[in-house]
Each structure stands twice: as C-alpha cells, then as structure tokens.
Design a protein around this ligand. Structure first.
Ligand code: ASP
Length: 438
C-alpha cells in the first residue's frame, strides 16, 4: 500500500496542511473565513468522538467485567492500575523539576517582556482559580463521593463524569455475574453488540480524521496568531526556552519512563508501541483532549497492541480521567518557571510540595483542553507563588496543551500494556496494513 494511504500519514498531512492554512489565513486576513467555515468541521469531529465515548466505555466495560469469573481479579487489577499510574506521575514530576532546575528557563526572560506579558494576559487569568479553589475546598474523601453517581442519566450526560460511568459499568458487570448465566446472557449479548457497533463507528469517524485535524490545526493557528503573526512569533521567541524545557521533559519522560515500564512489565518495544498507537497520539495532539481521544485509544490498544478488553476497558477510561503524566510534568515546569521569572528561589521543601500538589492537580484535571493550566493554580498556591504569574505562560499554553495531551494519551496506553501483561491478558501486536483502503 502507498505510504500516503496509511491513516497516520493522512492525519499528519492533514495537520501540516492545517497549520499552513492557518498561517496563510492570518497573513492574508482570512481569519474570519477560517473561523466561520473551517473551524466548525473540527468541532464536529471532536463532538463525534465525544458522542461515542460514554456508550463505548459502558458497553466494553460491562462486557469486560462480566467475562471475569473471579472478583478478586478485578480488585487486583484496579489496585495495580492506580499504583502504576501514581508511580509514573511522580516520575513525570521529578523529571519536570530536574529539567527546569537545570535549564533555568525563567532566567532568559527580559524584564520588559515579563511586564508586558503580565499586563496583556492578566485579565484572562481572573476567574481561572475558581475551579481550582473548589477542588481545594473539598473534603479529602470527596473524590470517592464523586465517583458514585446518584442518577444514571446524569452520570452519562456529562463526558467529564467518566469515573461515574466506569462505576456503573462495573456494578452492572458484577450484577450480571451474580445472576444465573442463562438470565444474564441476553443482556451481555446486547452490550456485546453495542460494543461492536460502536467500534465500527470509531472506524468510520477515523476516516474523516485527516479533515478533522486539518480544521482543528487551522483553528489553533488562527487563535494563536490573531491578526498579528509577528506578535505571535515574538511571544514564541520570548517563551521559547520555557516551551523547550517542557518538550524536552516530556520526551525524556516518554523515552525513559515508558521504555522502562515496558522493560519491567512486558517485552514490547517502544517503537512497535508507537507504531501501533500512532493515530491515537496524533489525535491527542490535535484535539488537546484525552477524553475525546479515548474511543480511538481504546480501539488501537485493543486491536493493535493486543490488550484484552477486560483490561483496556477499565484501565483506559480511568487513565483518561486521573492519569496525566504530561500535565503533571508541565505543571512542575510551569510553576518553577513562574517562580524563577518572579525572582523567587524555591526551597527543597517547596519543590517536594510541587510533587504532591502536581499529582493531585493532574488527578483533578479533566481530560479537556486547558484543564492543566487551571489546576496549576493549586500548585502555585501551595508554594506561595502569585497566581497572577500564570499570565506569563498563557500565550503559549495552547501549544503546550497539545504536546502534553499526546503524552497523557501515550501514558494511559503504556500502562494498559503493563497491566495486561502482568494479568496474562496481552495478545499479539498487530499492524494495520489495509487502513484507508475502503
Ligand atoms: N488537555 C489535557 C488532556 O486532555 C489536560 C491538560 O490541560 O493538561 O489530557
């Protein structure tokens, strides 16, 4: 098959053309056209993915749980999943802190750029701390209270309540196991059929992915540049060192932590892993949302990485909600960067506080665009750095959101491979050769 017929190449071509179009439209004054007639296709594409996320998680997890005949397996898998998620997150933050302390990106920002950044973005910072404050004001056990929904439809009505949907699916699955087989069978058949149908729908939606990401990238560029491309380039130059620190940290995390994870828990090669889940990573990058990417991550992890459904249907939705290695690493770098720019020296105790709060903040961050920078407020407050400092980094956050989301998605998929291997639920790798042919 010709290379350009492969889905991931088509997505990459869509992304590049989208960036080019965004640049052309900001130079030639076509921004309104892009916003009115191109952006909506990106929105439709993301909405389609979000639309199927809840039914997919519900159907595949019910099928997964009801196929387990042993409940201890489920709790063992749950414990293992959460433990590995926590460990990878702590590694991510540690890598972030190391990189930012070595590179010292805060030292490179001239005083006048600093003042003008704070001035131009301070208005947009206002109000961002409300959500974060709400999270801080809650009781320590509120996280668990929030997992249990009081109403099925309410839980399913909001994509960010994914943990509630996971809870309902597990309950349903357990209920099915506990009744006689012939009684539960029809219900399992329904969920199995629903699951198959939705996976087919994911395939169909992915055929439009190259166009969807074209529109998304064009819209991102238009948002970033506004009508003044020169201004945007200046901003990038001023914050280039900071952006570079985040990207280097993220790459180190992927290559050190995930390849060690594979060495310890499975025989999978990092290269094969990437090859198999490429479209999910590219989609994480272009949508900036782990939740919107979830259906594709699940499909890739099951079909291409060989992770059995009973593992992926649990590990991935939980990961899309609580495991954000990219976000926590970025938060560590952003917090120290802001402190450096404001001339504040952080003590070891403050840096340890970052490890704790960035872990919590990334658990609390929803898998939607921009969630990470909102939760950064928690980290800044804990180390007594003025929250207004967020104004410094707001201008480039959209770009970093894309990169960290790609890492968040990669992290969830990597942990699902590790958990599946230890549970004896990892099948063979499979690379699609016939993508995009039909
Ligand atoms: N956009 C990220 C995600 O969906 C969260 C963040 O803003 O860091 O995973």
């Amino acid at each position: 098959m010709k290379w350009y017929k492969k889905l991931h190449w088509q997505i990459i071509i869509g992304m590049i053309l989208g960036v080019l179009w965004g640049l052309i439209s900001s130079i030639t004054g076509l921004n309104d056209f892009t916003t009115d007639y191109i952006r909506p296709f990106g929105t439709i594409f993301i909405d389609l993915l979000k639309l199927i996320a809840v039914p997919l998680v519900l159907a595949s997890l019910v099928v997964g749980v009801s196929s387990l005949n042993d409940m201890t397996k489920l709790s063992r898998m749950g414990g293992k999943t959460v433990a590995i998620y926590m460990v990878t997150t702590i590694f991510a933050i540690t890598i972030g802190l190391t990189v930012v302390n070595i590179m010292q990106p805060g030292g490179t920002l001239p005083a006048e750029t600093q003042a003008s950044l704070i001035e131009s973005y301070s208005e947009s910072v206002e109000g961002r701390d409300d959500d974060a404050q709400e999270l801080l004001d809650r009781s320590p056990l509120q996280f668990f209270v929030d997992i249990v929904p009081e109403n099925f439809f309410e839980a399913a009505a909001d994509n960010t309540n994914m943990l509630q949907v996971v809870f309902i699916a597990i309950l349903l699955g357990i209920g099915i196991i506990k009744i006689p087989v012939q009684k539960g069978r029809p219900l399992i058949n329904v969920f199995e059929a629903l699951n198959d149908v939705i996976i087919k729908i994911v395939d169909l939606i992915m055929k439009t992915a190259p166009y969807g990401v074209f529109a998304l990238m064009a819209a991102v560029i238009v948002d970033l540049t506004g009508d003044d491309l020169g201004q945007a380039l200046l901003l990038l130059r001023a914050l280039g060192w900071y952006c570079l620190a985040v990207v280097i940290g993220l790459l180190l995390h992927v290559f050190i932590v995930y390849s060690s994870l594979f060495k310890i828990f499975s025989k999978m090669k990092l290269r094969d892993f990437f090859k198999a889940i490429q479209p999910a990573i590219l989609l994480g990058f272009s949508t900036s949302s782990s939740l919107a990417t979830l259906p594709v991550t699940m499909e890739r992890v099951e079909k291409n990485l060989g992770v059995k459904e009973e593992v992926s249907s649990f590990v991935l939705p939980v990961g899309a909600t609580i495991n954000m290695d990219g976000t926590s690493l970025y938060q560590a770098i952003a917090a120290v960067f802001i402190a450096q720019v404001l001339g504040m020296d952080l003590s070891i105790a403050q840096q340890l506080t970052i490890v704790l709060t960035a872990t919590l903040a990334s658990i609390g961050a929803a898998g939607v665009p921009g969630a990470g920078i909102i939760m950064l407020v928690i980290v800044l407050q804990a180390i007594q750095v003025p929250v207004e400092g967020i104004a410094l980094i707001l201008g480039v956050d959209r770009i970093l959101d894309m990169v960290r989301t790609a890492v968040n998605v990669t992290g969830d998929a990597a942990v699902s491979v590790a958990v599946a291997h230890t549970e004896g639920k990892l099948g063979d790798l499979h690379f699609d050769e016939d993508e995009m042919q039909e």
